[in-house]
Every structure is written in structure tokens, then in C-alpha cells.
Design a protein around this ligand. Structure first.
Ligand code: NAD
Ligand code: TYD
Length: 367
């Protein structure tokens, strides 16, 4: 039985991981620590907060006194560290919070884990969740990122994650802290905050809003269904070697424009198959005889926009036998179904801070 501290468990991947982990390991105890920033949604894990295996703590990973108390009180033996500022566009506008949370916050957790575990390091693990963006970008024909690829971050977000990865490595190398790191490609699935590409586009299509494609839409990402990411983290916690980094990806590269067109087609087909959708989402263009693709708008490109990410998954697949279970087309279908069935979840986020963000981005709210 483990006592696990999960940071950022009210965010997109953290929430999915909490559900995944408790389903697979119902005997474990989990402490979720989350500052509930704009992207932290307590509602996402509300049903689990009622269960006695899970304690929710509203707090900041930079608060050392709080972290020490949590380690002592709950006898934490495992940390799975998701908490971060995670949106590239926001990091370009306001980098400060990325430095504080992603670098200082990670260091606070590492320092506390070391002090708390120093006398009995056996069976302990600090797993740090990171991103493929630390490696920089790739040309169209470059080989995919391996774990040996040099770090070359190109946005404040990527630089802050790269710095945090380095601190995690240092705590292993210099102090012997039992760490592991995973660098994953773009995730999608339930509970993703609708500022990121896939949920933003799905919701905008349903609401009949413009679909802002940056530049010419030819940028390439590698997409992984979030539950597969959770399974990969589980495999690393179970059998991954300490001190090691594992790349995680979906072997699924696609251009942004192609992806947005696919989402449009998926929604048009759903409206064909289910008459009730037209009355629920009367502003969707398909209701008025127009393909959802008519909403696509090419907008000013993101400064320093990385052209392509791709992950070489050989290490995790050969060492830990990890392979994604959910192919892209099934994953997009599951994701659309989730957003259709959980309208209350995303409607509650569509006011306030999210609209302020759209106003900053596009000079108008997304209402
Ligand atoms: P998210 O923005 O949805 O969630 C981040 C969570 O961290 C939120 O619940 C937020 O409230 C919390 N948080 C932020 N600052 C905090 C602080 N100072 N103290 C405590 N909690 C704080 O992000 P996500 O997409 O779920 O990403 C989770 C992790 O996975 C991040 O470390 C990110 O770098 C990494 N990652 C994300 C992706 C992706 O595609 N989303 C891909 C690879 C890696
Ligand atoms: P995003 O979901 O922000 O993830 P990341 O920047 O971490 O890869 O963006 C995914 C891709 O989609 C990225 O190339 C930027 C692009 N994009 C758009 O074209 N329009 C949008 O409105 C957003 C949010 C992203």
C-alpha cells in the first residue's frame, strides 16, 4: 500500500490520473494538493473527495511549511508531480508564474521529499511529469525525440519545465533521491481545460464560434489519449528504474488543420446520428445546413511557434512493455462524447477568467 501525494490533481491529467490510480489501486491512500488556479477544477474530482482513500488539500506547492506537514501527517512515500502552469500562450504573455510554480514549486517538493525520506529511502519514489516541449522543435523529416535528445526549449513554458527536469535529475545525481521523469507528447481527453486546442475547438463548433487556427495550420503535434498517459505513468511507478527518463507518446502525428477538420467532421456526423443535438446546440453551423469547417479562421501565429514534435517510444515500449490502447479516432470519439455528456462541467468554466483570456487573445470574449 502506498501513501501518494498527487500535486495538480484537480487539473486535466492529474484528475484523470487520480481516477485511474484509485480504480487500479483501491487500497492506496491519496493526498491531492492543488492550488485551484484558473485550470484547477475541483468539480472534476468531487465524487472521489467523498471517498475515504482520498484527501483534498487546497494549497500551493511553493508553500514549504504546508508540504512538510503533508509529508509528516500522511507518511507520504510516493510523489506524482503534475502541478504546473501548463499553457504555452499564457507563458508568452505572463512568464513569471511559470518560473514560480514550475521551477520553485518543484524544488520545494524535491527538498521536502529529500528531508523527509533521507533516513529511510527504501521504497520511496518522486515521479515528475514533464513534456516533450523541453526538446524544442523538429523539422519535417527529423527523427523523433529520444531520451538523449538535447534540451532546447523555445517557450517560457518549455524552459520552465526543462529547468524543473534538471532539478529533478540533480536531486537524484547529487543527493540520491529516487526519482523518475516522464516527457509526454500532447494529451487529449476528458476534463481538459478549454483553452487547449481540442476542447476549445469542440466547444466552439458546438457553440458556432470561430475556430482560430494559428498560422497556416501546418504545425504538427503527436497526440496521446490521457488514459494511456496515466497507464504509462503507472507502468513507470511499478517497474521503471529510478534516475531514468521515459518518453511517452502516441505514435500519432497530425497537422493542426487536419485535426481541426477531423473534429468538424466528427461533430457533423454526430448531428446526423442524433437529432437531439440540434436543439441542444442550435448555433452549431451544421444545424443550419453548413459544414462545421465553415467556422475555421486562420489567425496570427503564436510567437516562436514550434513546428513539430514527435516522440520515439522505443525505451518505454521495450523496457516497460507500454503501448497505447486507444487509437486516435476512438480517442477523439470518446472525447467528443465526454464533452457532449458533461456540458455542465464546461459551461461553468466558460464565464469569468476563461472569457478574460479570450478577450486578451482575440480582443473579444468567447461568449
Ligand atoms: P492543467 O493546467 O490542466 O493542470 C495544472 C494543475 O496544477 C491545476 O489543477 C492547477 O490548479 C494546479 N497548480 C498550478 N499551480 C499550482 C501551484 N503553485 N500549487 C499547486 N497546484 C498548482 O495542466 P495539465 O495539462 O493537466 O498538465 C499537468 C502536467 O502534465 C504539467 O506538469 C504539464 O507540464 C504536463 N504535461 C501536459 C501535457 C498536456 O498535453 N496537457 C503534455 C505533457 C506534459
Ligand atoms: P495547445 O493545445 O496549446 O498545446 P501545445 O502548444 O502545448 O502543443 O496547442 C496545440 C497546437 O494547436 C499548437 O501547435 C498550437 C495550436 N493552436 C491553434 O492553432 N489554435 C488554438 O486556438 C490553440 C489553443 C492552439
Amino acid at each position: 500500500m502506498r501513501n501518494i501525494l498527487i500535486t495538480g490533481g484537480a487539473g486535466f491529467i492529474g484528475a484523470n490520473f487520480v481516477y485511474y490510480w484509485l480504480r487500479e489501486n483501491p487500497e492506496d491512500h491519496i493526498v491531492v494538493l492543488d492550488a485551484l488556479t484558473y485550470s484547477g477544477v475541483k468539480l472534476s474530482i468531487e465524487p472521489l473527495i467523498q471517498q475515504e482513500q482520498l484527501i483534498f488539500v487546497h494549497g500551493d506547492i511553493c508553500d514549504k511549511t504546508l508540504i512538510i506537514t503533508l509529508f509528516e501527517k500522511h507518511q507520504i512515500d510516493t510523489v506524482v508531480h503534475f502541478a504546473a502552469e501548463s499553457h504555452v500562450d499564457r507563458s508568452i504573455l505572463t512568464p513569471d508564474e511559470f518560473i514560480r510554480t514550475n521551477i520553485q514549486g518543484t524544488q520545494t517538493l524535491l527538498g521536502t521529499a529529500l528531508e523527509s525520506w533521507r533516513d529511510n529511502i527504501e521504497g520511496k519514489r518522486f515521479h515528475h511529469i514533464s513534456t516533450d516541449e523541453v526538446y524544442g522543435d523538429l523539422g519535417l523529416h527529423d527523427p523523433a525525440f529520444t531520451e538523449q535528445h538535447p534540451y532546447a526549449p523555445r517557450s517560457p513554458y518549455a524552459a520552465s519545465k526543462a529547468a524543473s527536469d534538471m532539478m529533478v535529475r540533480v536531486y537524484n545525481h547529487t543527493y540520491g533521491l529516487p526519482v523518475s521523469i516522464s516527457n509526454c507528447s500532447n494529451n487529449y481527453g476528458p476534463y481538459q481545460f478549454p483553452e487547449k486546442l481540442i476542447p476549445l475547438m469542440l466547444i466552439n463548433i458546438l457553440m458556432g464560434k470561430p475556430l482560430p487556427v494559428y498560422g497556416d495550420g501546418s504545425h504538427i503535434r503527436d497526440w496521446l489519449y490521457v488514459e494511456d498517459h496515466c497507464r504509462a505513468i503507472g507502468a513507470i511507478l511499478e517497474s521503471g528504474r529510478t534516475g531514468e527518463t521515459y518518453n511517452i507518446g502516441g505514435d500519432n502525428q497530425i497537422q493542426n488543420l487536419e485535426l481541426v477538420q477531423e473534429l468538424c467532421r466528427l461533430i457533423d456526423m454526430s448531428f446526423d446520428a442524433d437529432d437531439a443535438l440540434a436543439s441542444r446546440f442550435p448555433d452549431c453551423p451544421y444545424v443550419h445546413g453548413n459544414a462545421s469547417e465553415s467556422l475555421i479562421r486562420f489567425v496570427k501565429d503564436r510567437p516562436g511557434h514550434d513546428r513539430r514534435y514527435a516522440i520515439n517510444t522505443k525505451k518505454i515500449s521495450t523496457e516497460l512493455s507500454f503501448h497505447p490502447h486507444v487509437d486516435f479516432s476512438s480517442g477523439l470519439g470518446l472525447t467528443l462524447d465526454w464533452y457532449l455528456n458533461n456540458e455542465t462541467w464546461w459551461q461553468t468554466l466558460m464565464s469569468g477568467e476563461l472569457n478574460d483570456w479570450f478577450k486578451t487573445q482575440y480582443g473579444q470574449t468567447n461568449k
